[in-house]
Design a protein around this ligand. Structure first.
Ligand code: ZN
Ligand code: FE
Length: 265
């Protein structure tokens, strides 16, 4: 199993832990205590905690899907960890519910909660502004793409991604899956002339050839190449109009057309 410490300069060490076929679970630690984000699998988290002799103090959950919460019950009882997450009937393990605009303090970090319905209705993201901006966004924003609309409407997801778009451009986006290559292949169908995108595809292809992760990514890269953040870009709008054979679409409709196109790509 490949484990990579991706931000050694941050006061907390942030570790990307692969799980299942293409999930990334995230562990933040200060050398003693740890926060697990979306621990879909308890075993890989336990192995990491034991290797580094860490105590798991907190679990953050973004939404109710099994690949994000499957390990919560076991970790919670084993470490007596506090479970923070959305107010959701599907995540009864949560001991502290949080909602949009709330700020929580864990291990000396200020974490902002952002409600991002769309993939699921209970979906939230966690943003750490300082000292360098980090976003943990589950299955909402992916590198090069976005989550499927299992519960929300295109308008809800477009609005959620619109909030993430406003974060600092240097934000490191920690999504929960290695879907980047497939996402960028679709992005190229939407924007065949986007030179930033063409460059990113080459970069990601070479990373993946070496079996390295393409996550986290910079929000600035997403703004330049991810069609789901570019619903008001002229080329994306015209691709959506062509696809739907409509001569005028609002931003939610553009987003919806692109999302629907991706579903069958
Ligand atoms: Zn999900
Ligand atoms: Fe997922």
């Amino acid at each position: 199993m490949i484990k990579n410490t991706v931000e050694a300069t941050h006061p907390l060490t942030i570790t990307r832990i692969p799980a299942f076929s293409d999930n990334y679970l995230w562990l933040l630690d200060n050398g003693q205590s740890a926060i697990a984000v979306d621990p879909g699998d308890a075993q890989v988290i336990i192995a990491e905690l034991e290797a580094k002799q860490l105590q798991l103090d907190y679990i953050l959950t973004t939404h109710h899907h099994a690949d994000h919460i499957g390990g919560v019950t076991e970790l919670q009882s084993r470490y007596n960890a506090k479970v923070i997450g959305p107010d959701s009937d599907y995540i009864p393990q949560v001991t502290q519910t949080v909602s949009d605009g709330e700020q929580i303090n864990l291990l000396g970090l200020s974490i902002d909660v952002i409600s991002v319905p769309g993939h699921t209705l209970d979906h939230i993201a966690y943003f750490i502004a300082s000292p360098n901006p980090l976003l943990f966004c589950g299955d909402t924003l992916f590198a090069g793409g976005c989550g499927r609309l299992f519960e929300g409407t295109p308008a809800q997801m477009r609005h959620s991604l619109g909030k993430l778009r406003e974060l600092p451009a240097k934000t490191l986006v920690h999504c929960a899956h290695e879907y980047t290559q497939a996402n960028l292949a679709f992005a190229l169908a939407v924007e065949p002339n986007n030179s930033d995108l063409i460059q990113r595809i080459a970069t990601v292809d070479s990373l993946r050839k070496k079996q390295q992760a393409s996550v986290p990514s910079l929000l600035s890269e997403e703004l330049a190449t991810n069609p789901f953040l570019r619903y008001d870009n002229a080329d994306v709008v015209s691709a959506a109009m062509q696809r739907t054979e409509q001569s005028s679409l609002n931003t939610d409709e553009v987003f919806g057309a692109i999302r629907q196109w991706k579903d069958t790509f």
